[in-house]
Design a protein around this ligand. Structure first.
Ligand SMILES: [Ca+2]
Length: 405
């Protein structure tokens, strides 16, 4: 019946309307609109010095928008993860172990970068971990998009990101024109963040460095180039050599009301702020800003200038704190000493690792034991919860860990 009707449409209605496009599925019409957009955008690109040949190479074989990009752009996480969950996923035994391996593997590169840029090598390692899991993300084809196609898709189809995407697309075309990378190698996240250290094209143009001396600034395949590019960004944004990012602090009574204020460290000490390890804050004139990442019941932090320099990479406080804490762990200084105000019944990072390894031993889970509860872990938890007659929430919990013990 359906075929009969379709045939009827094809044979009579479409010719009658004289509009071939009227019978096209929505997807095909979108493809036509997207291709038209690309043809038109050349005018804008040309004004920025992009040659016709660069432009054609960039879009060779691109016949449709990257629908995965639009889906990812529209995704709104249901729950904003809490600071301790976020930090658990970024600063944990797994990221510390791989970071130490990378510190050994790239030791001479890291030392050279530290000397040249004055940026702490542990901060560079931590950024590498946070941005691409030490490059592991680049091995996952489903996470990689063709940058000109992804940015053209956003510019064409996402009104909220159109301006950003147009600017980034022009920058991406300039990268291509410079010869640093071939069109096929120009890959990135759905929003155009590229390579080991996830630079967007405009930042690449400002900071990319050829550190291994092969004549190309290749943050996709050269770890020295990628780490040097990060070091260059931090140095150019005022990184203070030989200084740390900040200190964990114990909040004195009524200290929370000073959140957001900036004072010399000595003054904070006079107000009763102390380090949890009992050491004094270093002498000197460094000014620090009080940040309470989880309210008055969580650990306090006194942030120095370098914390704000890391935020030039990514403006979230949680990101910069993650970088700082992971760098401290990699340098052997240990992590946060006070407890986060986790809800009762939830797991801390060590317990999350234990739960995942027990799930793996019991054959419920096949992924990496990395403390990260992604879709694989959550599906496994639901299965176990059902078997145990528990509500299948998919969330790790103390109750579940105890049941598996
Ligand atoms: Ca290079």
């Amino acid at each position: 019946m359906k075929t009969f009707r379709t045939n009827l449409l094809r044979r009579f209605v479409i010719p009658l309307l004289g509009l071939a496009a009227a019978g096209m599925p929505i997807d095909a019409r979108a493809d036509v609109a997207f291709k038209t957009w690309i043809v038109k955008f050349y005018e804008t690109a040309a004004k920025s010095g992009i040659s016709r040949s660069t432009y054609e190479k960039a879009f060779a074989g691109i016949t449709e928008p990257d629908r995965d990009v639009l889906e990812k752009a529209a995704y709104q996480p249901e729950f904003k993860s809490r600071i301790w969950d976020y930090l658990d996923s970024r600063v944990n035994p797994y990221t510390v172990r791989i970071g130490r391996e990378m510190a050994a593997k790239y030791g001479s590169t890291l030392n050279a970068l530290e000397r040249h840029y004055g940026v702490d090598k542990h901060i560079l390692l931590a950024i590498w971990s946070m941005e691409s899991n030490y490059g592991a993300v680049l091995e996952k084809p489903d996470r990689l998009h063709h940058v000109p196609q992804a940015l053209a898709t956003l510019a064409w189809g996402d009104p909220n990101r159109s301006k950003f995407a147009r600017t980034q697309l022009i920058a991406a075309l300039k990268i291509l024109q410079s010869g640093d990378v071939t069109p096929k190698q120009l890959t990135g996240s759905w929003a155009g963040a590229m390579g080991h250290t996830q630079f967007i094209p405009t930042s690449y143009l400002l900071y990319a460095v050829d550190a291994d001396g092969n004549g190309k600034r290749d943050i996709w395949h050269s770890v020295p180039d990628a780490l040097a590019t990060s070091a260059n960004l931090l140095a150019k944004n005022g990184w203070q050599s030989g200084k740390t990012w900040g200190y964990e602090a114990v909040l004195p009574a009524n200290g929370a009301r000073l959140e957001g204020q900036t004072k010399p460290l000595a003054e904070w000490a006079k107000l009763g702020f102390a380090r949890p390890n009992g050491k004094n804050f270093p002498r000197g004139t460094d000014r620090a800003t009080l940040k309470l990442m989880a309210g008055a019941n969580g650990p306090a932090f006194l942030m120095l200038k370098n914390f704000f320099v890391v935020k030039r990479y990514n403006a979230a406080d949680s990101y910069a704190l993650g970088v700082g804490l992971l760098a401290d762990e990699l340098a052997g200084h240990g992590g946060v000493q006070q407890s986060w105000p986790r809800p009762s019944g939830t797991l801390d990072i060590k317990q999350k690792f234990e739960l995942q390894s027990r799930m793996k031993e019991l054959g419920y889970y096949e992924g990496e034991v990395d403390g990260n509860f992604g879709s694989g872990s959550k599906a496994a938890i639901s299965v176990i919860q059902k078997r145990l007659g528990m509500q299948p929430s998919g969330e790790p919990s103390r109750q579940l860990l105890e049941a598996l013990r």
